[in-house]
Design a protein. Structure first.
Length: 93
């Protein structure tokens, strides 16, 4: 049997893929109103366990204004942050 038929079929994984540590908007409720939340603060509170890039997703709601600093934001997360009166700052990679 030929070699390409004997090997297991696996999916394609690009070598230059970008992996993010994910934080949802609902998890940011424990921070004080008006504070700045970045990757270091998220790691200090135990919301992000690994080093590297942080992406903020829009699951949940935000009750007060925060300045959120992350490497990437989803469209829903950006809208939720600005609707609560906060700002979303994109960090350079």
């Amino acid at each position: 049997m030929p070699l390409q038929r004997r090997l297991p079929k696996r999916g394609f994984r690009p070598l230059a893929r970008t992996t993010y540590a994910v934080v949802n908007i609902g998890q940011l409720g424990g921070f004080a109103a008006g504070s700045t939340v970045g990757p270091d603060e998220l790691r200090a509170h135990g919301l992000v366990h690994k080093r590297g890039l942080v992406k903020c997703l829009g699951k949940g709601s935000l009750a007060h204004a925060l300045t959120v600093r992350a490497h990437a934001f989803s469209a829903g997360a950006r809208e939720a942050i600005t609707a609560a009166g906060g700002t979303a700052e994109v960090l350079g990679a």
